[in-house]
Each structure stands twice: as C-alpha cells, then as structure tokens.
Write a protein that binds this ligand. Structure first.
Ligand code: PL4
Length: 403
C-alpha cells in the first residue's frame, strides 16, 4: 500500500475549533436539561448580510440565469473586483494582476506555502491563528508536534511584557514570517512604527512576511495601519491576505483576496507574483462569481457603509464583554479595534478555565493555549454573536467565580 504523507503524522492531533465543538457536544450530551449554551468561542459571524450587499449576491445569482450575463470560470478573479479592491484598500497602489481573488483568507494561507516548499524556516507570532503553524506542519515545513508547539517553528511570543508585539531579533534569517494585525487572538493592533520595524528586519534578514489583515475593518483608531502596504518598502517583502468573511458576513459565502506585489522577489530574483499566478491557476479554479458580485456591491458606497455598520455592531458586543471582564477584575486586552478580547487567568490552565466557564456559566470560549504556548492561562472571547446572546452571556459571566 502507498505510505501516508509523513507530514500528516506531524500535525497536532486535533484542530482547535473542531475540538471545542467536540467538547461542547460531550458536555451537552452529559447535561441534556441544562440552560442553553451561548457561544463566545469560534469567530463566526452571526448577523444577516445587510441589504445592499445581499442584493449584490442575489443579482450575481440572477445574472447566471440569463444568456447575456452568464459567466463561467474567472480564474484569478473578476478584473473589476481586483481593480476595485486596489482602489478601496490600497489607494490604487497595485495593478489588478497583483490582487488575486480567493475563496477566503484561510484557503490562501494554506496554498501560499506551496511557493516556499518544505525547506523554508517558518516564524509565527505566539499566540496566533493555528492555521499558520498547522499549515506549515502539513506543508512539511515544521517538525513534529511537541506538546506545546512544533519543532522547527520559530515562535515569537507576544505577551503583556512586550505589549503583544514580538521581539524581532528572534526572527531567523530567510524566514517566512506569519504576522496578523489586528491580531487573532490577542486583539492587539501593531502601530505604524512597529510595522516599520518589522519591515526593516524582514528586509535585512531576507524574510517574506505573510500579513493577515482579516480584521482590518474593525480598526477605529485612525493612526493604526489597516494594511502592511501602508509601510514603505513592504511591497518588497510582504504578501497580504484579507477577507470579506468578518466585515461583510461572508464566512459562509467565502470570498477573500491576496496581494502579491510584482516588486516581491525570491533570493534568486524570480517573481513571486508570477509564481503565485502559476500556482493558483494550476490548483485553484477561482472564487464563486456570485460571491464576487456580492463583494463588488460591498465595495460600493452603500456596501462600505454596511461594512461599517456591521463591524460597529460586533465592536459594541466586544465593549460589553470587556466591561464585564473589567467589573470582574479579570485583566484583558483587545476588543477596541478588533472583535476578540484576550483575558488573563493567571496560573490557570486555559482548558480548565474553558471547562469551568462552560460548566458553571454555560458559555463557550476559546482556550488561549490552543493558539500557541504563550496563550497558556488566557481565554479568548469572541464578539461575534446576537446582541441578546452577548448580553445574556455577560450577565452569566458577571457571576463567574474568578480564582
Ligand atoms: C473557524 C486571522 C476564526 N473554521 O473566512 P476566511 O477563510 O476568509 O478567514 C479565516 C481567518 C483568517 N485569518 C484569521 C482568522 O482569525 C480567520 C478566522 N478565524 C477564529 O475563530 O479564529 C474562525 C475559525 C474556522 C477556521 O478554522 O478558520
């Protein structure tokens, strides 16, 4: 028989979010008559897609039903959408063929590693979205799971002591660096000065940064950068992934984009952009045309207003959660320019706190240790939820016995 890909044996036994779902099911089965469980766990949108954007999706579907507007494969995406993304988010700094439409940020985070192969050294913020390190392990770019983290990955701790921004001297030479701002899970947003330092280090050490800006539309402080390309020189050392999932409610619609600047070159001078076009055209057949019609509507003036309205809604949820934690005396960060609140339970195991909140408050959260070793003793609260549920969860959490 054919052998199993050895990289699969390397990855952590269970992916974080299905593991949380499994523990929830187990708890529900053991407590069938208890109060309803409320989730502040997975970062999944809950509110309906707003009317202008929704009409874009509906019109996209209708267009497929008429001979004169029918469309088939769009490969790297509708040119009009690629151009509009460049205009709205990057002040037209990129040509449409530097913007690649995807079926979501996560999917491209996984595919991008094909550009660098199994031999690349990976560095990632710790804690971070688990896909960066699990995906690296799958791609063969990490060794075995060691309990707290993967062998061979340079973890860059982001903790209270460094204001959730890593010590850049820990970045290895010629590394692929995953960086997320606003950060999942800490909610921290890197300032322009700090991102400038990151770019300077990446250029000096020959690194490429994969910058995940999936939560950029939650930034309210105008001094904070919404894209790595606000930083001079980033186009020579960074790729940016982004998504309509959270700002437009497209987690189930599936649409994102990746910017691969033409100025970005490998050590040998080859074009990363040309390779990405080759990779995506080979193993990806483009995002849904209906989703792209929705995205075009989202980027019209009325759609952008709806994005603001929807992100404001979730930020108000975040404020309620932050306020509750503050009254409880639990120290937390995030939630002001991001939909995640990162709460500290000193000297406690994250999974124990998760279980305690589930058992005593019937609220699902996400254990911080699931995001990396530096997440131990933290709990992530997600602000994605119906308002009534978030209010109810806050009322329940107010009676939490914090030890
Ligand atoms: C659960 C930093 C959530 N099943 O929807 P996409 O693919 O455009 O974007 C996914 C994504 C990309 N980048 C960051 C993210 O935080 C996310 C989504 N993360 C979370 O709770 O951390 C949803 C997780 C989903 C998943 O595995 O992505």
């Amino acid at each position: 028989m054919i052998n199993r890909n050895p990289s699969i044996a390397n990855i952590k036994a269970g992916y974080l979010f299905p593991e949380i779902a499994r523990r929830r099911r187990e708890f529900e089965a053991a407590h069938p008559n208890g109060a309803r469980i409320i989730s502040l766990g997975v970062g999944d949108t809950t509110e309906p897609i707003l009317p202008h954007i929704n009409a874009g999706l509906v019109n996209g579907a209708k267009a497929l039903g008429k001979a004169e507007t029918y469309s088939g494969y769009q490969d790297e995406g509708l040119l009009s959408l690629r151009a509009r993304i460049s205009e709205v988010f990057y002040k037209n700094a990129f040509a449409p063929d530097e913007v690649f439409i995807s079926d979501g940020a996560k999917c491209d985070i996984g595919r991008l590693q094909l550009l660098f192969g199994a031999g690349v050294t990976v560095a990632a913020q710790d804690p971070s979205y688990p896909v960066y390190v699990d995906g690296s392990a799958l791609a063969g770019a990490a060794g075995a799971w060691q309990g707290g983290g993967y062998e061979g990955i340079a973890y860059l701790p982001c903790v209270a002591e460094n204001d959730y921004f890593p010590d850049l001297s820990r970045i290895p030479e010629n590394a692929l660096v995953y960086f997320c701002s606003p950060n999942n899970p800490t909610g921290a947003v890197a300032s322009k000065r700090r991102l400038s330092e990151l770019i300077a280090v990446a250029r000096k050490k020959g690194c490429i940064i994969i910058f995940d800006a999936a939560y950029a539309e939650f930034i309210r402080d105008p001094s904070l950068p919404k894209t790595i390309f606000e930083i001079e020189g980033a186009e020579t050392c960074a790729i940016e992934v982004n998504s309509f999932s959270k700002p437009a409610g497209f987690t189930g619609v599936r649409l994102g984009w990746t910017v691969v600047p033409k100025a970005l070159k490998y050590a040998g001078g080859e074009s990363v952009n040309a390779d990405w076009a080759r990779v995506t055209s080979t193993i990806f057949n483009g995002a849904s045309n209906i989703a792209q019609a929705g995205a075009l509507a989202a980027l019209e003036a009325d759609g952008l207003k709806e994005i603001r309205e929807l992100t404001d809604f979730y930020l108000e949820n975040a404020r309620l959660i932050r306020e509750t934690l503050q009254k409880l005396g639990v120290s937390s960060v995030g939630g002001d320019n991001s939909p995640y609140i990162w709460a500290h339970f000193p000297n406690r195991d994250s999974w124990d706190v998760f279980a305690e909140i589930l058992e005593t408050r019937r609220v699902i959260t996400t254990p911080g240790s699931g995001f990396g070793p530096a997440g131990q003793s933290f709990i992530r609260f997600s602000a994605f939820g119906h308002r009534a549920d978030v209010e109810e969860a806050c009322a329940r959490l107010s009676a939490l016995d914090v030890v």
